[in-house]
Ligand binder design. Structure first.
Ligand SMILES: *Cc1c(COP(=O)(O)O)cnc(C)c1O
Length: 464
């Protein structure tokens, strides 16, 4: 264990302090405000057991802590379905300029913020082909729930209360059926074909007067564009249902295809994925929901109440769109698609590629090509030793050893090549020394925690 891997409490020595001020220079002239105003009844009875350390120890503690984790600022992070693109630092500058806003400020004093929301409504409408957006939802799943509530409201407002079911493809992101269930719908699963696309023949018999709509991700979670979307849209509309678009992964389609033109009625975007807000570990997010013209009245007004959603994320997305400009925004999706296909083609001899067609922003391997007893988890852990974050693993559920790789457009050719190199190396190691992979990672502060326990019962505080 390195000295600075010790907790700050373990570094503590009685009486050590981080700073000192010359005695008497402040006292006498001023009294601290809390001394003057707070009644002694609310004073703390004993001192807090804070660590007693020097200032450099504190700085090193936090700096070292930050290095124990993996972030997009420390290395390539090809986590499929998560769009871990680089987050330009200018976005943070822009956000900090709005830091002083309070959600209850009079509207006349927040004209700039309102302009941002107005601009974003128009920009996202142009990008997606929807009519208007609400910025209330604070995450993708939150957007899904909002969108499904709109779907329900649409049917109810027409006196059509028999539509209790929502269709979800078997390749869908887990939040889709979860959101539909939370919204009170029953879920009907439509199967994918061999080629990974929704099976239209399986869909047809599912449609009827009990169907509220279908939720689709396009490109789907296998990174494949649902080519039959026009036919699917007319079938679903034909039975009186609506189409919901999960736009969490809109990245590859930016400026190329618009959900509105594909026939979708309701959608959400993940501003924290496609539009470059740092995310992970549960936040922060923003999942604005857009609707087609005929549903705009259901959005209600104001569309930005409730403290304006996650305004910081909306600001970052705004900065991202404005700094890229129309021309470069149109390049993002194409470069992301190129990068994904480049990695896929470069690695398909070492890894099993169940669906070989051209992908969009991401694709899925089904484990190593050769069977040496080395699992996808082993590969993922070994990647950390080489300084790369693992792809998404064991999702989608369609493949038992799924490795879902999404490079995004922000990585250089050299980075992609370095990753490809390491993946080939790992495939070689799997053949020559499988044990090396079973026990990986070897170079990280934490090896293989019990992932369920780490997520459900995390140990977040020091026990004295
Ligand atoms: C990330 C993601 C979601 C959920 O978004 P959250 O902000 O994590 O709630 C939904 N669908 C797809 C396809 C996603 O990739």
């Amino acid at each position: 264990m390195k000295y600075y891997d010790k907790l700050v409490f373990e570094l503590s020595r009685p009486g050590r302090t981080g700073y000192s001020l010359p005695a008497g220079s402040l006292s006498g002239n001023y009294s601290a405000p809390w001394e003057a105003s707070e009644p002694s009844a609310v004073w703390r009875k004993s001192t807090l057991p804070l660590p007693e350390v020097s200032e450099p120890d504190v700085v090193r503690h936090y700096t070292n802590l930050s290095q124990m984790n993996f972030g997009v600022d420390t290395g390539f992070y090809p986590l499929g379905s998560c769009t871990m693109k680089y987050n330009p630092k200018i976005n943070e500058e822009v956000v900090s300029a709005f830091n002083g806003l309070h959600p209850l400020q009079p509207a006349s004093t927040v004209r700039g913020a309102r302009q941002v929301l107005d601009f974003m409504d128009k920009a996202l409408a142009e990008i997606t082909g929807m009519s208007h957006f609400t910025f209330l939802p604070c995450a993708g799943a939150h957007g899904e729930l909002t969108g499904l509530m709109l779907m329900k409201e649409y049917h109810m407002s027409r006196g059509d209360s028999a539509r209790t079911k929502v269709i979800v493809p078997d390749s869908a992101h887990g939040t889709n059926p979860a959101s539909a269930a939370v919204c009170g719908f029953d879920i009907v699963v439509v199967k994918s074909r061999e080629d990974g696309l929704v099976d239209v023949d399986d869909l047809r018999p599912l449609l009827g007067p009990d169907i509220a709509g279908i939720m689709m991700t396009n490109p789907n979670t296998l990174g494949l564009f649902e080519r039959d979307i026009k036919e699917i849209a007319s079938l679903v509309h034909g039975c009186g249902g609506l189409l919901y678009y999960d736009g969490a992964n809109m990245n590859p389609l930016l400026g190329v295809v618009r959900p509105g033109d594909m026939g979708f009625d309701i959608m959400h975007l993940n501003l924290h994925k496609t539009f470059s807000t740092p995310h992970g570990g549960g936040g922060p997010g923003s999942g604005p929901v857009g609707v087609a013209e005929h549903l705009v009245p259901l959005l209600g007004r104001p569309r930005t109440s409730g403290f304006h959603g996650n305004f910081g994320v909306i600001l970052r997305a705004c900065a991202y769109i404005l700094t890229l400009g129309r021309e470069n925004l149109l390049m993002a999706g194409k470069l992301a698609t190129l990068a994904a296909n480049y990695i896929k083609e470069s690695l398909k001899d070492s890894f099993k590629l169940p669906i070989p067609s051209v992908c969009k922003h991401e694709f899925v391997f089904d484990g190593l090509a050769a069977d040496n007893g080395v699992t996808t988890l082993d590969v993922a852990k070994r990647l950390l030793d080489y300084g790369f974050h693992a792809p998404t693993i064991y999702f989608p559920l369609l493949f038992h050893q799924a490795l879902m790789i999404e490079p995004t457009e922000t990585e250089s050719l050299e980075t992609l090549d370095a990753f490809i190199d390491v993946m080939h190396t790992i495939a070689r190691e799997a053949a020559e020394d499988p044990e090396l992979l079973h026990s990986a990672p070897h170079n990280t502060p934490v090896g293989r925690p019990d992932e369920t326990a780490a997520a459900r019962q995390p140990v977040l505080k020091y026990t004295f």
